[in-house]
Design a protein around this ligand. Sequence first.
Ligand code: ADP
Ligand code: MG
Length: 888
Amino acid sequence: MSQSHPPMADELSPLMQQYHQLKQRYPGAILFFRVGDFYEMFDDDAVKGAQLLNIALTSRDKHKANPTPLCGVPAVAATGYIAKLIRAGQPVAICEQVEPHPGQTGLMAREVVRVITPGTILEPELLDPKQSTYVAALAQTGQSIGPITGIAWADLSTGQGWLSTTQSGRPQEAVAELLRRWSAKEIALPQHLIQQSSWQQALMEFRIVGRPPAEFDPENGRRQLLRHFRVESLAAWGGADEPAALGALGALLHYLEETQKQALPHLRAFRFHRPEHYMAIDPATQQHLELTERSSPAGHSRKESSATGSLLHAIDRTATAMGGRLLREWLLHPLLDPAQINERLDRVEAFCADEERRSSVRSALEPIGDLERIIGRISLNAATARDLIQLKHSIDQIPVIWKSLSEGESLLIELVAGWDELADLAQWIDAALVEAPPLALKEGGLIKPGYHAELDELREIGRDGKQWIARMEGEERQKTSIESLKIRYNQLFGYFIEVTKPNLPKVPPHYHRKQTMVNAERFITPELKALEAKVLGAEERSCRLEYELYEDLRAKVAAQAPRVQAMAERIARIDVLAALAESAALGRYQRPVVSDSLTIRITGGRHPVVEQALGPNRFVPNDLLLNDTDQRLIVITGPNMAGKSTYLRQAAHIVIMAQMGGFVPAQSAEIGVVDGIFTRIGATDDLVGGRSTFMVEMDETATILHRATPRSLVLLDEVGRGTSTYDGVSIAWAVAEHLHRAIGARTLFATHYHELTELSRQHEGIKAFHVSVREWNDEIIFLRTIVEGISDRSYGIQVARLAGLPDSVIATAKQVLARLESQAPPVSPSGDTVPNPQQPDLFEDSPLKQLAEELAALDPNNMTPMQALEKLINLVTLCRVLITQPGR
Ligand code: ADP
Ligand code: MG
């Protein structure tokens, strides 16, 4: 950011001097400078702010030679503007007036109370309830023997924190993968690392903050930790012996305290995360498989992605925000240990078997608020009374869940064994707060009557004040025998006694004259003023007292944060297990058999997302067998649109769903644990800006060849497509051979290069499969079934026609193809289809022939390509029914 030089101090008004002093300390943030009811921005901040927020830019001191650019937003509406800036990656420093009245200089005291950055948001309206927001820090030690990289990350809104280390020779990759999977937004690096382009490149998608190297010092980290967790030693704490992790953690705590300007008591003991205990899913794979986000269609920018259409969206039946976040964590961190996986599966199965209990637990979970974030706001003093009320209502649900589960089978009882009902917290809140408190904390109306004697009295005075005045009026009339005497009120004098002119002689001497009117005179008495002070002061004092009582309650509840956090975690787990059971029931998923073998055997597997999009019974199930002997690598051919990519992704989805502990969309599935999924999609399918697409493809392929093991599942989709045919075939061939021979990873290789099927003849362990299609009267029928053997041709022209290319173009294409085919026989050493023994010939069967003729008779000019596809899919499904049930 270009920082223009502040003008000389003596040219500036005191206000602007104060502004520049504060601004200097926050060069990277836009300073929201509170002036009355507005937040003002000045200078460069104003220019940038006006542009990003689309608000008017004006200037201060217009008459001067160098007017200061200025813009502002109303404080009441600030959240929306802050959200906009944060979304644009722009941190905001919030500067408040910290004292109610101006000091001697006539200037309000001002202070920056918080810096909001993309990774440190607390405002519920700016956060996605079902996604965590992590901020991280990274430190390196031991440069001489190959660096150890330590990394710490925390979600300020929930108080969750993690630590990890990596000794990978490519730490940039390891760190990027880790941050991506934890959906971090921001990372603090020591200044010198920022300058290295390898780190810049790898961490491009996160906001990078440079910090002084001293903050990353492990000793400093150790001290910070002892102070933060108020312990004497770190002996009981895993990872304490790892200086790199300590350095990262120290820097993270430092950064958080600096942005929050307060201690962060709710940050729980950081847990040690070991990436090697989870399936490796690198960022490219996470994206290709559309696990949590759907990639935008080709041609759109990468940022335009959405949750709908992702695997997470398809299986997310969680009832609470905490459950939603945990499900996402499980999905992106599938387990490797069959025992752990089966422990989850056992419970999902128990929920599957007991539909009634599942539904009662799910409805008890529904009203539970976001306990983790509510207690986070309570701890950080950012809560409203409504947060406390929501906490109370959520706690009220705990016994309901307990009752339901404790009557279930033993696996479910364990979920609630020995848990904390938090009833004391609910009682405190219930005793103190009214059921529907206002948002404002300092305007009263929060505390229940009967909670505090002094408050009740003040409120009574406020309420009864009018009656007391009326009573005094009566008494004064009697004493003075002035019938028309009135006690009245105005802004200027407060309460006063009014006596009309004719009655003035009766006014007693202790009445003190205040004002003379045309027909009357106004008086006050010490007695009246004392009453007035009581009545008028009561409301102000009762508001203040209410706020104090609220504060006491808040602090008392905040002190119990660890208990609430522990329960939130247990509830999230129950929510996820019940949700996995629910989606299994809805999707007719089956429990997978998970073991240590190297076999993946899926019968009747379906793609969980495509299946939902197509609707019931439209998706054609397929089998898959991969092992470490005769079927380790499968080359799959078939025309465009046949279903190759779908088949590949479906295999990955099923493996991930199984290893996260869920049921899978298949008739049966045997999953020999996969330690990593690596996916590459050919260049033309994947538009990524910047580098040449072919370069990206090769780069990503290189990563696979470095990282895959015999336990991995590798999915290669049209690799080699980004270059000329011969190049492409050669590269694809070499990659496949390497994977097979040198690595031995279980691999699915979808390609339209028929040449590659030759591999199956040369290597034991490589098989050729294809997606079956039929041609009828120059139309193509997709059968969506994967069968062993090699497909005969690629049907490109038929697919082009389906997509609505003009007839003349199709006709020309056919001529060219005919000419090419007659001139040069296909490179492929084999053009023939290996017949599939289980598949009857469709066209000997008369009902099928009828269907095919019906298809051929359809008029393509009267249909959109989508309608045509739809028709095709219907017919294909019918065909399948006839094939699998020949009697009909
Ligand atoms: P390819 O990679 O062979 O070009 P895709 O896998 O992209 O083909 O599939 C194209 C479309 O076909 C998908 O979008 C999906 O709608 C449909 N499809 C794929 N597989 C199946 C299936 N098994 N059953 C029903 N429809 C399918
Ligand atoms: Mg494809």
